[in-house]
Structure formats: C-alpha cells, structure tokens
Design a protein around this ligand. Structure first.
Ligand code: WQD
Length: 335
C-alpha cells in the first residue's frame, strides 16, 4: 500500500488514479485545506472502489504513527504542503512551518514504522535563475522565494537522512509546470480564488469566468517575447512517480529527477493552443513582467528517461483539451 499525503490535491488525486492503474492500493492523507472533499468520490468512481482516506495534517505524528500501524504501507509519496510562490513571499514563516515541519514529521514517522521508501514532490524552483537552458539535475541550486527554499531544504534533509541510514530509498522529483487533467474530465486543478498559474487562468477566461488574461511581460528574449515554460501533463507527471517508485524498490540512497517534457512553450503558444482546444477566444493584454519571473525555464529530462525509462507522452494540445473538458465538467459540480 502507498501512503499519499495531499492525495486529494491536484497532483495527488491524479496520482491515486495512476497508482490504481498500476495495481497499487493507496491510502490518502489530506487535511482538505486546499482540496475539495468530493474529489475522493470522483477518484473512487475512476478507480472502481471507495479510496481509503484519513483526514488530518501530515504534521500530526500521532496520527501518522496510527495510520502506519493500521495499514501495510510499503512506501509514501509526499505531496502535502503549500505551493504558491507569491504567497510564500508574503507569508514565509507559514511556508517554512507547514512545508518543512510536514516533511520532518513524515520522515520521522516512516522511520519509526520501518518504512524507508519515499517519493518527494520537489520543484524546478530549486534551480538558480539562469539563461542556460535546458536545465538538468546538475544545474546550480538556489531558490529565489521561500516556497522554493522549503523544497530545497527538504531535499537537503532527505540527503542527510539517507546518509545516516542506508536503508532509505528516496526519489526527489523536480516538477516543471504541471497542467492538464485526467482524460475523463472528472478530475483537475481546482485553484481557490484567483488562479496564480497561467493554465487555470486561461481556462477560466475561455469559460467566460474572467474577461481577459494579463500576459506578464512581452519583452523577454524569447521567440514571441513572452515567458517560456515546460508544461507537463499531470498524468505524465503521475506516471513518472510510478516509475520512480519502481526504481526505489531496488536502489538505496537519494535519486533526483527532473519531470518535464524537454520542450518550451510560450504564454502566447499556450493561449493559442487553448483557443484551438476550446473553440473559445482568450482575449489578453500584454502588461509589465511579474516580479520574480524568469524568461525561460524548461527541463532536460534525459536522466528520467535513461534511469527510470520514463518520458512524457502527452503534448500541449492534449493538455489543453483535457483541461478544457475538466473546466466544462467543473462548472456542473456543486460549488
Ligand atoms: C507561467 C508563465 C508567467 C499567469 C510556478 C511556480 C512553480 C510551480 C508552477 C509549484 C510565466 C505567465 C502566468 C498569468 C501570465 N508551482 N503568466 N499570466 O511561475 O512558471 O511556476 O507554478 O511547484 O514552482 O514557480 O508558473 O503558471 O505562474 O507562469 O502571463 O496570469 O505564464 O509570467 O511566464 P511559473 P505560472
């Protein structure tokens, strides 16, 4: 059985479906602070049985000890945590408290229970800003915001734990830009309030929920002047976790992988793809750059290909089509 912290969230919920498809049983731990409870039922409808769910905070070590004593957990995937870059700048202590305490509590509880296989949800924000693209796993590390620093500090803690006890097998997966939704249209990203990220904002403009998109900067040194990112389908991301879990079964130590497509897509490229997928216009205005943004960021995913045998399979058109299907279905759900 696989323990999934944050298993009702955007990535976590898709992870549940991918685990079921790969024949794994799973246990969701979620405090529902950033996820809707009805996701659990929608996961159940896709996997064909009611998921095992524990409501609670990953920082609650007594709860973790009880769950690990009651269930035959063989590995954990750790998604639970705060993930908004801008919010982390405004509320750094909350981010350090929640993200780092959560990881420390989980690793301590796993150690007590004798469970030493862990996949950690890291991020490309651990990489130092650089014009040298694509980024491989040896690129310089220096976060530029508290959210990124929490990810980098947790990676460091995991290396130190593995050095202290060679029984640990740990994967740090550095996500680039997860987008899209399960092809059924019944799972997807459910940002609360105004979306920080591009893809959900574009989807809401296409759906008529917001009048126009603000494109943050049209003067970057990129082909069309707008920001370029490595958007990866959330199901490709989930399948990368399955491949990492499989790799850990035979390899001790810490193993770090970029999960990206290796392809850069500009803001305007994504807008055009979404208009094609939805058949709806996405009006936009080019406005000044967003503070803290870099012009380009995309992955060299060769190591995941060579070591895990994993490559992202879904392109931008499918990401937009799946995201649009979810956007339309989401509008039918009780708010
Ligand atoms: C993408 C591009 C923006 C919104 C962040 C985190 C990263 C990860 C993914 C957690 C950029 C532009 C955006 C908008 C825009 N999250 N944009 N108008 O900043 O690459 O990455 O989310 O792990 O850690 O840093 O993603 O979607 O915010 O921006 O023009 O309304 O879209 O400038 O070029 P980002 P994003």
């Amino acid at each position: 059985m696989i323990l999934i912290t944050g298993g009702a969230g955007f990535i976590g919920s898709h992870m549940c479906v991918a685990l079921a498809e790969a024949g794994h049983r799973f246990l969701i731990l979620d405090n529902f602070s950033n996820s809707a409870r009805d996701v659990v039922g929608r996961i159940g409808a896709l996997v064909g049985r009611a998921p095992l769910v524990a409501e609670g905070d990953v920082r609650d070590e007594a709860l973790l000890d009880r769950l690990l004593a009651e269930h035959p957990v063989e590995a954990a995937i750790h998604f639970a945590g705060l993930k908004a870059v801008g919010e982390s700048v405004r509320e750094p202590l909350r981010y350090y408290r929640e993200n780092i305490d959560g990881a420390l509590a989980l690793v301590a509880a796993l150690g007590r229970a004798g469970v030493r296989r862990l996949v950690f949800s890291s991020s490309a924000t651990v990489y130092a800003p650089t014009p040298a693209m694509p980024l491989d796993e040896t690129a310089p590390l220096r976060a530029t915001n508290p959210y990124g620093w929490t990810k980098l500090m947790i990676e460091q803690m995991l290396h130190d734990v593995a050095r202290s006890d060679p029984a640990w097998s740990i994967a740090c997966l550095r996500y680039f830009n997860p987008v899209g939704a399960h092809e059924s249209g019944t799972l997807g990203e459910e940002p609360q309030g105004v979306p920080n990220n591009l893809a959900p904002y574009v989807a809401q403009v296409a759906a008529g929920q917001r009048p126009r998109l603000q494109v943050f900067g049209g003067d970057y040194p990129t082909p069309d002047g707008t920001g370029v990112r490595d958007y990866i389908h959330v199901m490709d991301l989930a399948e990368g976790h399955i491949a990492a879990l499989r790799h850990l079964a035979g390899h001790a130590g810490v193993h770090t992988f970029n999960l990206g497509t290796g392809r850069g897509t500009s803001v305007l490229d994504l807008v055009r793809s979404f208009e094609a997928a939805s058949g709806r216009p996405v009006p936009y205005d080019i406005v000044p750059r967003r503070e803290g943004d870099v012009g380009e960021c995309w992955a060299d995913p060769a190591r995941a290909r060579d070591v895990l045998g994993w490559t992202a399979r879904r392109g931008i058109a499918q990401m937009c089509a799946d995201a649009w299907r979810w956007q339309q279905h989401r509008a039918t759900l009780p708010s």
